[in-house]
Design a binder for this molecule. Structure first.
Ligand SMILES: Nc1nc2c(c(=O)[nH]1)N[C@H]1C(S)=C(S)[C@@H](COP(=O)(O)O)O[C@H]1N2
Ligand SMILES: [Mo]
Length: 571
């Protein structure tokens, strides 16, 4: 079995099972988060004085308004809540547990989500990610006088905020984000089920149109600092009801959908819908949903504290309609648990990175395996091609590659071997004589940016036809001429099924021109149901194998070994 091993296999490096901060990308801090309005950038810190102004002007204004007979009449007619009868009772144990699980999971989802954002700290409404077209960022202008890769652009977060905080730790953050997402979605589904089988849905679903004037009435009462009557045990006021409804039935599902739509395998299956609600639109909406959640949490927690803390905590943590310290006690115990978990998460992730990767793989690997089955079909038109495709990765830096490049890759030979009936060595001229396929597709980098380009090259199906993989061959290993970020040769492993997809090609052209060195000359992979790091550039050899456990550090690729990514990354 092993006699056909590619010589490059022996040159791969091992990797640590933890993050070594001395070898990791050095810290780099971006700027304060800014939003672009027209051509000017405004710091989000402006929200603090704006909020303060809103309250200092709004409160007295609404207090005066409340003196008007018309407003008093309105509040008398719409006291702030519907009076239709309800059929549920109090806050049952399942609801209280789900409330706690929800808040616990959301904290980690948010921390890991911010970490993911910090890997490409810019948001766009266009599908190209052209520098300068962002609407939100916490990074400076892209330098124009040198090559600036997406990795160069990533920023550090404080360790208590990001998970795990260190720069370019998206591989680890994604395991946290997706694993907690899965549990959160399960918790949410059980919550929906319980809501509708217990009448508790009546708490948070509007049942009459009067909910709108009542919500307005509640808002007026809150702003005038004479709060509406507290009846939380029996029912919420209409403003609360609408806020909970929007969070549970609009924001939460939207978060899931826009999260999934950032995945190549999902977006590339959705046709026109995936092109209109492209990755950057989905990513921007995903972020706005986060903003809603943060706003909701801020107001929700504030209101819990100022509208009768003991009673509110008795409701949600003890399940009794009282004013006792019991709820507070349980809340403090829950809070301690949250704080301990919060404090442990970052050091645990750094010191046991491989365990986090394995756990994540166990939690959501199955979902990725399912998504890998889908043969992607989304293609774009010439007019959609991005003016600029962010470059990424570590450029080749060897005498061997330089010599090849100087000679225009005339001496380049691609080796395809391993567990195949017919190992071959092909020249550039021979590759170009093979059937050629052109495709205009979207590139999805794990870091969050994307871009559309036209690729031309040899379909992998054709290569498979020539080399005829043996029955035992389950994976294709792509070896690069270049090293990875920490040194050691870059490589990546794909399932053989990925090689059969009709948009999987070995590209030697980009936008109708020979592939540039920056983007992977002489040959790079395009496998459109996977993230960018699996699109190996500067390909030196392809080896078919039965297993990748013995290759490199055994995780299925350079970034899988060194940056704790998963080897299946269609999502
Ligand atoms: N050999 C090699 N290939 C690589 C990388 C790398 O570091 N080395 N980076 C990957 C990543 S993370 C991305 S997003 C794409 C970027 O391709 P582009 O520079 O053509 O946009 O290349 C991938 N292929
Ligand atoms: Mo990437």
């Amino acid at each position: 079995m092993r006699e056909l091993m590619d010589p490059l296999e022996g040159q791969l490096t091992h990797a640590d099972d933890r993050v070594r901060l001395s070898a990791w990308l050095p810290p780099q801090f971006g700027g304060t988060p800014r939003v672009r309005l027209g051509r000017k950038w405004y710091s989000v810190l402006w929200l603090i004085p704006i909020g303060f102004l809103f309250l200092t002007v709004g409160v007295p204004l609404v207090q005066e308004l409340r003196r008007l007979p018309a407003v008093q009449h309105f509040i008398a007619r719409y006291p702030g809540q519907d009076s239709i009868p309800v059929q549920y009772f109090g806050f049952p144990a399942w609801l209280r547990w789900q409330h706690f699980l929800n808040l616990f999971l959301l904290l980690f989802i948010i921390r890991a989500g911010l970490q993911i954002l910090a890997d490409h700290p810019r948001l766009y409404w266009n599908p190209h990610c052209t520098p300068g077209t962002e609407w939100f960022r916490f990074q400076h202008d892209v330098p124009r006088d040198r090559i600036w890769t997406a990795k160069d652009d990533s920023v550090t977060l404080p360790g208590w905020l990001g998970l795990p905080g260190i720069r370019h730790s998206i591989g680890l953050a994604r395991w946290w984000h997706f694993s907690c997402d899965l549990l959160w979605v399960l918790n949410g589904l059980v919550f929906y089920l319980m809501l509708f089988s217990t009448h508790q849905w009546q708490r948070i679903v509007p049942r009459t149109w009067a909910v709108f004037p009542n919500a307005l009435s509640s808002a007026v009462q809150y702003l005038s600092l004479r709060f509406p009557a507290e009846e939380g045990w029996v029912r919420y006021n209409s403003l609360q009801l609408l806020a909970y409804f929007a969070t549970v039935f609009i924001a939460a599902p939207l978060a899931v959908v826009t999260g999934l739509m950032q995945a190549p395998a999902v977006s590339n299956k959705l046709g026109w819908f995936g092109r209109v609600l492209h990755r950057q639109a989905a990513r921007s909406i995903h972020f706005l949903v986060l903003c809603w959640f943060l706003f909701f949490i801020l107001i929700h927690v504030t209101m819990v504290f100022v509208t009768g803390l003991l009673a509110n905590l008795d409701h949600m943590f003890a399940g009794v309609n009282g004013n006792s310290p019991t709820g507070l006690g349980i809340f403090l115990a829950a809070l301690t648990l949250v704080i301990v978990a919060w404090a442990l998460a970052t050091p645990l992730t750094i010191n046991h990175a491989r365990a986090v990767q394995k756990t994540g793989e166990f939690m959501i690997g199955w979902l990725k395996a399912i998504a890998e089955w889908w043969d992607p079909n989304n293609q774009y038109s010439e007019a959609d091609i991005s003016p600029h495709l962010w470059p990424n990765g570590t450029m080749p830096n060897s005498a061997e590659y330089d010599a090849l490049a100087r000679a225009g890759f005339g001496d380049y030979r691609l080796r395809v071997g391993g567990l195949v009936e017919n190992p071959v060595v092909v020249s550039q001229a021979e590759l170009k004589a093979m059937p050629k396929q052109e495709q205009i597709t979207c590139h999805f980098c794990i870091q969050g940016w994307s871009g559309i380009a036209k690729w031309g090259g040899v379909p992998m199906r054709h290569i498979l036809k020539i080399v005829r993989p043996k029955a035992a061959a389950r994976y294709a290993v792509f070896y690069s001429f270049a090293e990875g970020a920490e040194g050691g040769r870059y490589y990546d492993v794909h399932t053989i099924d990925n090689m059969r997809h009709h948009l999987t090609i070995l590209a030697y052209e980009m936008s109708g021109k020979p592939l540039s060195v920056l983007h992977g000359a002489p040959l790079r992979l395009r496998c459109e149901n996977e993230l960018g790091f699996k699109q190996v550039k500067w390909i030196a050899a392809i080896e078919f194998v039965d297993d990748f456990a013995r290759i490199g550090a055994g995780q299925g690729g350079y970034n899988e070994d060194h940056e704790f990514y998963g080897y299946r990354m269609p999502i």
